[in-house]
Design a binder for this molecule. Structure first.
Ligand code: ADP
Ligand code: MG
Length: 583
């Protein structure tokens, strides 16, 4: 028999709806901060206990809520921000759906205290699992304070999906920073377990806010960008090509002052940086797109995390153009026409292109190796366990472009990317050292103090154990200041601060829910990459020989820890064929 349809009781319906808006403490913080911003506050304080799992409190000095309106604010679709359907296309506030407070209150214990400036007293309401239990008149400062305790206390399934305190805190921090980047004229403070995590003073300048949030080190790598074309106005900051990172975490997009994600805009950004930063790397970009509210639909996502442009192509074009202009001079020098000349020359002489299939093959193999598979040997029919045996069969011919080693082997000419090779060797070496707990360490005579951004500090705190096993002895030495006391011996000559920063950027994503081993792996990769000889470096004959000798245990299919190939074999038959020799 078919199951009968029933209308769910209000209590269940509310919880289902709440699930869309409230996923974790960070979503509560976002909604409450948005409300405080919409109320024209000039000061907003966010306080958490236990990553927000125990308590989230947002205090503002904004307009406050009228006593009669407070119970209304807890009802679904109750909002002071829109009145008519047309208003949906003329939104100037962050909120408008009237869903946040009812959703949050239905899955927590909530207390709201609020006073409008003109009133002598304020109002306090207490609400448990969506049920209003108490309303009273109280004395309180003008503005609003919303307290959310025991999130999901009545929704155990949801609570199970929450992560560790540290990881929830990091997500809160990134919401907090996004909103504060969009509103530099408001001062913000984030406090966790009675400790100030980030304090941002009000400023008229977006640049000042960006520097405070991202840290001076990152800020110095940014350049302003701006353009205006018909209805699309763009402003912001973008990194120089020399400064890239392994994730999209440095990319902030604001559309009409709302932080959103948009694949199309992200594509426009990465396209603009293509060929000027290595593939797989991303720039740091903070971009504000301003268009008439009617040119963008903000009502397409339950948490308003996405928008829909009326004319996406125009936006794509504008973003792409403004970012391209930033590094146009660099492109010209990099985009040397040598390759084109080479190709034309071949065409003119009507000589067949050299061994195209092999190049294509290598390219395909490269992308496969990203997915964790070994690169198959280039030579057809070669046994997959084919190892390069140095001294016996691997004869070093020399170095090209200060970048590649060229060796003669029975099968043909073997090209070796010296950086990739060295990186791989170091990776293996460090791994062995860690496994046997024998990492050589150098104690710094005078500890190096480094100052980090709030996000970097949190990332560092969660990786201190792993860093220690690698030879970094680091202690907290004040708010966002750390003392580096020892470093792995390989870093003796390199600025420890720079290495640390890079490691943190790489681990930032991982540790959001990351396991210790992932962090360790990332650290090993970064460590190897940093201490490996640079891509372009002219080496002494002995150094070359040594490197080639050390490669003995690697398979031809080996890749560097990032997944790039180390070897490229140009088959001997191909050489013969090019010179029209029979063998
Ligand atoms: P929305 O923000 O979409 O209107 P919410 O559920 O977040 O819906 O809030 C409902 C209403 O409560 C808001 O429209 C606003 O009038 C009022 N409100 C909520 N938070 C605050 C605050 N911090 N200061 C002033 N008014 C607030
Ligand atoms: Mg709201």
């Amino acid at each position: 028999m078919a199951k009968r349809i029933q209308v769910l009781p209000e209590r269940i319906a509310q919880k289902i709806a709440a699930g869309e808006v409230v996923e974790r403490p960070a979503s509560v913080v976002k909604e409450l901060m948005e409300n405080a911003i919409d109320a024209r506050s000039s000061e907003i304080v966010v306080e958490l206990k236990a990553g927000g799992l125990q308590l989230i409190r947002v205090i503002d000095n904004g307009e406050g809520i009228d006593p009669e309106d407070i119970p209304l604010a807890l009802q679904r679709y109750a909002t002071s921000k829109i009145r008519r359907i047309e208003d949906l296309y003329d939104i100037h506030t962050l909120g408008f759906r009237g869903e946040a407070l009812p959703s949050i209150s239905s899955v927590s214990r909530m207390i709201i205290k609020s006073r409008v400036a003109q009133a002598l007293s304020g109002t306090r309401i207490i609400c448990e699992g969506g049920v209003l239990t108490e309303t009273s008149e109280i004395g309180c400062p003008a503005g609003t304070e919303v307290e959310v305790r025991d999130l999901f206390y009545n929704f155990p399934v949801k609570r199970k999906f929450l992560k560790s305190i540290r990881s929830e805190l990091r997500q809160v921090l990134s919401q907090f920073l996004r909103l504060s980047l969009g509103h530099p004229s408001i001062s913000f403070r984030l406090i966790h377990d009675d400790r100030v995590i980030q304090e941002l003073v009000s400023s008229e300048s977006t640049a000042v806010r960006i520097e405070a949030v991202l840290g001076t080190g990152t800020y110095e790598q940014l350049r302003p960008i701006a353009s205006e074309e018909e209805e699309v106005q763009i402003s912001g900051f973008a990194s120089l090509p020399s400064f890239s990172r392994g994730t999209t975490e440095g990319i902030y997009l604001f559309v009409n002052d709302r932080f959103v994600r948009d694949r199309m805009v992200l594509k426009a950004m990465t396209d603009a940086y293509r060929h000027v930063i290595p593939s797989g790397k991303f720039p740091t970009v903070l971009l504000w797109i301003t268009l008439p509210p009617s040119a963008v639909d903000v009502n397409v996502h339950p948490t308003k995390a996405e928008v829909k442009f009326r004319d996406p192509e125009r936006v794509f074009h504008a973003v792409h153009t403004v970012l391209r202009a930033l590094h146009e001079p660099v492109r010209q020098t990099l985009g040397s026409s040598f390759r084109d000349e080479f190709i034309t020359e071949f065409k003119e002489r009507e000589v067949p292109f050299p061994s195209l299939p092999i190049f294509l093959h290598t390219k395909g193999a490269l992308s496969r190796s990203r997915m964790g598979e070994d690169i198959p040997s280039v030579r057809e029919g070669a046994p997959s366990e084919w190892t390069v045996e140095p001294r016996r069969s691997l004869h070093l011919l020399g170095q090209a472009f200060d970048t590649f080693l060229i060796c003669e082997v029975d099968e043909g000419l073997l090209f070796i990317d010296q950086h990739a090779a060295h990186e791989r060797l170091l990776f293996e070496k460090f791994k062995r050292q860690i496994e046997t707990q024998s990492v050589p360490v150098v104690k710094l005579l005078i500890p190096r103090l480094v100052e980090l951004s709030a996000e970097e500090s949190l990332a560092l705190e969660s990786s201190l154990g792993e860093l220690y096993s690698l030879g970094f002895e680091i202690d907290p030495a004040g708010q966002k200041v750390f003392a580096i006391r020892s470093v792995p011996a390989v870093f003796d000559q390199i600025d420890p601060q720079e290495v640390l920063r890079e490691i943190l950027q790489e681990t930032a994503v991982l540790s959001q829910g990351g396991k210790g081993t992932d962090i360790l792996h990332t650290l090993l990769v970064t460590l190897a990459c940093h201490s490996a000889i640079r891509g372009r470096a002219s080496l002494q004959q002995e150094e070359l020989e040594q490197l080639v000798g050390d490669l003995s245990f690697l398979r031809l299919s080996s890749t560097c820890p990032h997944g790039r190939p180390i070897f490229f074999l140009f088959p001997r038959e191909e050489l013969n064929r090019q010179f029209k020799r029979s063998r």
